[in-house]
Every structure is written in C-alpha cells, then in structure tokens.
Design a protein around this ligand. Structure first.
Ligand code: IPD
Ligand code: CA
Length: 270
C-alpha cells in the first residue's frame, strides 16, 4: 500500500507504519490458532497476553529495526529501545486482545511515530473490518481511501459515547459508577474493546465521543492523531492533554460539556 505525505520523513514513517501494520494484521488474521490460549497475565488475571501479541510485536519491531535502526521503540509487550534519531515508535501489537482471544472481530494493530515527542504519524489497522485509519500531522485523516471526518456535535442527550474499562477490579468499580451517572444523560454507551478502534470510530463518525481512564500511550498514540486530524478535540482533565489519567475525544461543542461532566463525576481517578 502506498501513501504519501508532503514531508519526505513523514512519508517514509507513514509507509513503514502502514507496511508493518498490514504485515502484522495479516499474520494475526490468518495465523490465529483455533485453540489460542493465554500465554501470560499482566496487571490482573483478566489482563491477558497471547503468544500472538508477542509474535506480532516482534514482527513489527523487526521490520522497523531493519529500516530505521536508530529509532526508539516502545511497545505494549515490552519492546523498549532508547534510539538516537529523535523518532520514537509507539506500538500496540494487538489492541483489543480480549476480543482477539475470544474470536470477536474488534481488534487492531496500532502504530504511531513520534518526532521529538510529538506524534506525527498514526496508523490503526483493523483487519476483520477491512479498514485502515491513518493520519499525518497537519495533513488530515483517512479511512482506507476516504477522508475521515467527525460527526457534527449532537445535543448532549443524543450523544453515542464509547468507553472502556481497565483490568483492575477497583478501577472497574469506579468506572462503572461513572457510567451509571453518565448513561441517563446521553443517547447510549458502547464498549467495543479496543481503544484504538474507538478513537477511529470518533474520527469516522461512528461514535460521537469516547473517553476512558487508564489507557497507556500505545493504546491512544495513533488513534489520538487520527481523531484530531478528523476534526475531534482530544484531551484529559480540563486544561490538560490526554494522558493515562484520562483520554477524551469528541467534536467541538460536545467535547467541552463532556470534559466538564467527566471532571464532575471524577472519571480521572480510581
Ligand atoms: C485494552 C483495550 C480496551 C481498553 C483497555 C485497554 P489491550 O488494550 O484498548 O478497549 O478498555 O483499557 O487496555 O489490552 O487489548 O491491548
Ligand atoms: Ca492496547
């Protein structure tokens, strides 16, 4: 798949991210064992890693290291290279691992490239949807070959809001309490199981908004850029950028009241 950006470095990073995401996506889709099991657990028994998460991360980091050996890398399954070039890759080899484990289709490979700390390229490839979302900083967002654009902000009470839940029981109980108070005030809630896809769904108008506490940079780096380039505002607590404390994405007009309400409801703490 060939794609361009006006700046040659960004064009190169985009091409590498697209190639790596497509290779990993095909490997994951075609190679998923019927008897796929849990290889390890992380923060809790529900926070699982499969052999395919590990193999996908190896495949992606191997491709990047061959082409750009001086770049830094951070990946969900432990990849960690400091790098000397000023470029850092932020990789989620399977976002939506629990969906992948169960054979549900909503999972994606998420790859972002940061230049001196700023995300300049983001790719979220969802093989079972046949969709790749991509964005280059300042150059818009695309889903396959179509420009991606957020849905105009609806009245607050008509917003379809995506969210997700962490893996620790205490955090989930608090997150459920926030949803309990939010759900009577909006159209409905969706829990898709992949933060990267949720952010793309805001970018393409399939969700009005998305928020979640407790994400890691590999969950949101690519999707954040895609959502912003599609016209969304993203952030965390009022006045703060999005972070592991809180990630919010929504079009202008919906973002502000949602951010205010989430602050009141304490969505940013356990
Ligand atoms: C998870 C997914 C999920 C979100 C969790 C993430 P993983 O990532 O993005 O939607 O609710 O907070 O940890 O574990 O499938 O890579
Ligand atoms: Ca993830």
């Amino acid at each position: 798949m060939t794609d361009t950006a006006s700046d040659p470095l960004k064009a190169e990073l985009l091409q590498i991210a697209l190639d790596a995401a497509h290779h990993a996506g095909a490997f994951l889709r075609d190679g998923r064992p019927d008897d796929l099991g849990v290889a390890a657990t992380k923060s809790s028994a529900a926070d699982v890693v499969t052999e395919m998460d590990i193999a996908s991360e190896k495949l992606i980091t191997g491709l990047i290291a061959d082409l750009r050996p001086d770049d830094g890398v951070v990946g969900e399954e432990g990849a960690s290279v400091e790098g000397t070039s000023g470029i850092q890759w932020v990789i989620d080899p399977i976002d939506g691992t629990v969906n992948y484990l169960y054979g549900l289709p909503s999972w994606a490979v998420s790859i972002a490239a940061r230049k001196d700390g700023e995300t300049v390229v983001g790719v979220v490839h969802a093989p079972m949807r046949g969709e790749t979302c991509r964005a280059v900083l300042g150059e818009g967002a695309y889903v396959n070959d179509r420009a991606a654009r957020v849905r105009p902000a609806p009245a607050f009470g008509l917003a379809l809001v995506g969210t997700g839940f962490g893996y620790l029981a205490e955090r989930r109980a608090r997150q459920a309490e926030v949803v309990r108070q939010l759900i009577p005030q909006v159209r409905d809630i969706r829990r898709g199981g992949s933060a990267a896809i949720d952010l793309c769904d805001v970018a393409t108008g399939r969700l009005d908004a998305y928020y979640e506490r407790g994400l890691n940079p590999w969950d949101y780096a690519a999707g954040d850029l895609i959502a912003r380039e599609a016209g969304a505002l993203t952030g965390g607590r009022p006045g703060e950028p999005l972070s592991p404390d809180l990630t919010i994405a929504a079009p202008p007009g919906l973002f502000e009241p949602l951010q205010r309400l989430l602050e009141e409801l304490g969505a940013w703490h356990d």
